[in-house]
Design a protein around this ligand. Structure first.
Ligand code: SIN
Length: 294
């Protein structure tokens, strides 16, 4: 049965995931009944986009806390004035460099308790370019054959903070000076085990939980043995039918569920400045269908 809403307007934006939410001003923390409706929409659509919001950093932080305790992301420099906010910035003169989030991933999946989600707010948006893609990992899982699903249901995979460690950083990586990330920290090479299929703690739905940035190999297998199946899963998960694309404007706020989506920040706006503020909501340990928790 379709969910009905009294306090917000919900307009789905693609078949697999994503909805635009209207009829609400987020500059003051919404009342509990409205938060409950936003949560329902979040569970139904996994990625929510609110337009034309005027949020100071304090208002952004207060909104984020309505959805759970905030957490700080390791290896990424947060704002001096707002230590729970990451300024995701690329300056107009930064050309042909790597930018934050410019590969399919779910955030910090190498943590024992990866984030629940993030609230990303558009402050300065290029006239064109700089969209963000999202993929539904529910849709990816559900489209697999019964045999593949049954096999993956019993598997776990090793995740590491490869881009921040000493083993996996490409030697010639050139990254934006506008967002500082710590590199070559041996602690980032630490391995964390997660089920390959994650049961969402609120919806009970199963989602694929591997991503090309942080997932290294399957448990009890070598990287070479794991690669063909991981490569298949990475490519399978980002089929256009499982995705939606967010076009930003100043004042747009997106909120995504990191437990059942991946995202990709498109780096196609050389010569134009883009400034986003991101806050991250803490998550929980992952649990698999056969309770093969990390
Ligand atoms: C991110 O991965 O959090 C960045 C997303 C974006 O800048 O669009």
């Amino acid at each position: 049965m379709a969910t009905t809403y009294q306090r917000i307007k919900v307009a789905p934006m693609a078949g697999a995931l994503g909805a635009e939410i209207g009829g609400i001003d987020l500059s003051r923390p919404p009342e509990p009944a409205a938060i409950a409706e936003i949560r329902r929409a979040f569970h139904d659509h996994q990625v929510l986009m609110f337009r034309d919001q005027k949020l100071s950093p304090e208002q952004h932080l207060a909104l984020g806390r309505c959805f759970g305790p905030l957490t700080r992301s390791p290896y990424v420099k947060h704002m001096d004035a707002y230590p729970d906010i990451i300024a995701v910035l690329k300056e107009a003169d930064e050309n042909k460099i790597s930018t934050f989030g410019n590969a399919w991933h779910s955030d910090f999946s190498f943590l024992e308790e990866p984030p629940m989600g993030s609230l990303l707010y558009g402050r300065e948006i290029p006239s064109h370019g700089g969209d963000t893609l999202f993929a539904s990992m529910y849709a990816a899982y559900e489209a697999l054959s019964p045999g593949m699903r049954a096999m993956l249901d019993g598997m776990s995979a090793v995740h590491t903070g490869k881009p921040y460690g000493v083993q996996g950083v490409p030697k010639d990586l050139r990254v934006s000076r506008s967002i500082q990330m710590e590199r070559n920290n041996p602690a980032a090479d630490r391995e964390t085990l997660h089920p390959v299929v994650r049961v969402h703690p609120d919806t009970g739905r199963k989602a694929l939980f591997v991503n090309a940035i942080y997932t290294q190999r399957f448990e009890n297998m070598t990287a070479a043995e794991s690669k063909p199946l991981l490569d298949f899963l990475f490519a399978h998960a980002i089929q256009p039918e499982f995705t939606c694309r967010l076009r930003w404007a100043p004042g747009s706020l997106a909120m995504w569920d990191n437990r059942c989506t991946m995202h990709y920040a498109i780096n196609d706006y050389d010569g134009r400045r883009r400034l986003m503020h991101r806050i991250t909501v803490a998550g929980e340990r992952s649990v698999g269908p056969r309770r093969n928790a990390a």
